[in-house]
Design a protein around this ligand. Structure first.
Ligand code: AR6
Length: 525
């Protein structure tokens, strides 16, 4: 990097606990009422895991993904026809057609989505393939990649032999799939085959789930949308050339009311802190990497969104499959994903985001074939309209509980809790105050027994302010309870626009320190 200056403060990143072959701070993959495993155990020693059960067993109900290949998914033989056939047979026929242009592709997709014939336009995909890419690349797409995505989609009943369970509100549940199963499900999303996922409106069956069919992704012509498409196409190119062999676990973690921390009485001291102006969350190998999520996971990834979450989802497109089965997150819930592979390099951010090429992810795997990479998706409150309300006790508590839902060590994990890698959570699109959010995340880490690596995204002043505050809090032995109390007191004053926030803490806790004559001997670890 060549920088003379040290860009970080606090504890060195290398000193924080991380996932490694000697610290598998992960729960095992073992089927149970709260863990659905879609692959056969024990794992085969070579190649992708085999599906479980051995052959396709249909389930078609409100607790499971409605599979495109279910015989219960039916469709009129042709427009206005009274003859009803299996929708999968229509899909199979359509996907076997030659597709030499985006128009051909769109025609195929509309054969089993006739209702959207006048609504769906694939002009972004068309622009990418006809104007943006070299002719050679475009030909490669139509001759190799697209037919390979189609065959991968058609292998669905052989690869995913049971419908994944829906990860519904207020229930902790895990689902483990192979990367190949995810690829086949995503190939179906690419061809927009998932039934009942297109209708809009609050009364529809999947109103509380994110979109999964990719039709919206093909619409936008904006540069960032095309770059995201390049990431997705590269992902499919990679997984269709060489089948991935690992597995991924998705865990919805719900903290019930009785399990929520009583923040004010928590006597834990603050954990170790690393603050860095350089580096990104996704580069923090082996740490629990925070996804600055939308409560509908993935946010605008299939539309124009292109900030932290959306970028993360296209760099590791396996994350996208969470949208298939994760119901909108409630206040005390998070989704934790273990084992995804990074397929793409990204450069730039938001409107300057570009695909930087294919990435070879060499992260080691655990005993269940999961990459030692863990992502925790937590959605902050969107404060755009009234940022001042974020200082209120109720919102501070909401964000503390949300962070805790994401940071609590998963049940049955072994090893030492790994540090959290985070940054300005809720402070970009969602307009929170990073100084407040940093303290909230620090308190949640302290409660969960994790250290914290904070990436300020280039902001040196924020780094220095955070470290100065941290040293002050440590020197004064401030507990989580005392910290939360002062945050609440600040909020109770009612008028804050955030400008005097740190001053208030220094002032109040300085007073607290001398009032209570507390020890000041502890220094940072
Ligand atoms: N590593 C570290 N810090 C980052 C990174 C990164 N890779 N990327 C961005 N930042 P934002 P939010 C910093 O706006 O406010 C999405 O649409 C940077 O300072 O993504 O929680 C979701 O789907 C940036 O301004 O998070 C939600 O709908 C800040 O983190 C919504 O945005 C916040 O990033 C969430 O918005």
């Amino acid at each position: 990097m060549g920088e003379q200056e040290v860009h970080w403060r606090g504890s060195p990143l290398s000193s924080l606990t991380r996932l490694s072959s000697t610290n598998l701070n992960l729960p095992p993959v073992s089927p149970s009422p709260t863990h659905t495993v879609l692959v056969k155990l024990p794992l085969s020693t070579s190649g992708p895991a085999l599906p479980h059960p051995t052959s396709y067993t249909d389930v078609w109900d409100q607790h499971h993904v409605r599979m495109p290949c279910s015989p219960k998914s039916q469709y009129p033989l042709s427009k206005n026809s009274d003859v009803i056939v299996s929708r999968w047979s229509v899909i199979c026929q359509a996907l076997c057609r030659d597709m030499n242009s985006v128009e051909d592709f769109q025609k195929v997709v509309l054969e089993y989505n006739t209702r959207y014939a006048s609504k769906w336009k694939f002009r972004g995909l068309q622009y990418l393939l006809e104007r943006e890419l070299e002719e050679e690349e475009s030909e490669l797409f139509f001759h190799n990649t697209l037919p390979a995505i189609a065959s991968l989609a058609l292998r669905l009943p052989q690869l995913v032999t049971q419908a994944p369970p829906l990860l519904t509100k207020h229930a902790t549940h895990s689902v483990t799939l192979s990367q190949l199963q995810i690829a086949s499900l995503l190939a179906n999303a690419f061809f927009c085959t998932f039934p009942r996922r297109n209708a809009k409106g609050s009364e529809t069956e999947y109103a509380s789930y994110p979109d999964i069919n990719f039709n919206r992704l093909f619409f936008h012509k904006e540069k960032r949308a095309l770059e995201k498409l390049k990431c997705i196409i590269n992902y499919f190119r990679r997984v269709t050339i060489k089948e991935p062999t690992g597995n991924v676990t998705f865990t919805r973690q719900h903290i019930s009311t009785s399990d929520l921390p009583s923040w004010l009485s928590c006597t834990n001291l603050l954990p170790r802190l690393h603050v860095d102006t350089v580096g990104l969350i996704e580069e923090a190998e082996g740490l629990l990497q925070v996804d600055f999520a939308n409560k509908f996971l993935g946010g605008g990834v299939l539309g124009l969104g292109c900030v932290q979450e959306e970028i993360r989802f296209v760099l590791s497109p396996e994350l996208l499959i969470s949208r298939l089965f994760t119901q909108v997150l409630d206040n005390t819930e998070a989704l934790i994903i273990t084992g995804v592979e990074e397929f793409n390099i990204g450069n730039g951010y938001s409107s300057t985001f570009i695909w930087g090429g294919s990435c070879q992810d060499t992260t080691p795997k655990d005993l269940w074939g999961r990459r030692l990479c863990q992502v925790t998706a937590i959605d902050a409150v969107h404060f755009t309209k009234q940022p001042q309300i974020q200082y209120r006790e109720s919102f501070i508590k909401r964000e503390l509980n949300k962070a805790y839902a994401g940071f609590r060590v998963l049940d049955k994990s072994t090893g030492a809790p790994i540090a959290v890698a985070t940054g300005n959570w809720g402070c970009g699109a969602f307009r929170g105050n990073p100084r407040l959010k940093a303290l909230i995340q620090l308190a949640a880490c302290a409660y969960a027994g994790r250290d914290l690596a904070y990436f300020t995204f280039g902001d040196e002043k924020l780094r220095d302010d955070l470290v100065t505050m941290y040293i002050f809090l440590k020197e004064n032995n401030v507990t989580v309870g005392a910290l939360v109390q002062v945050l609440n007191q600040h909020g109770a004053r009612g008028t804050s626009d955030g400008s005097d926030f740190f001053h208030y803490i220094y002032h109040s806790l300085g007073a607290y320190d001398s009032d209570t004559d507390s020890e000041t001997t502890t220094t940072t670890k």
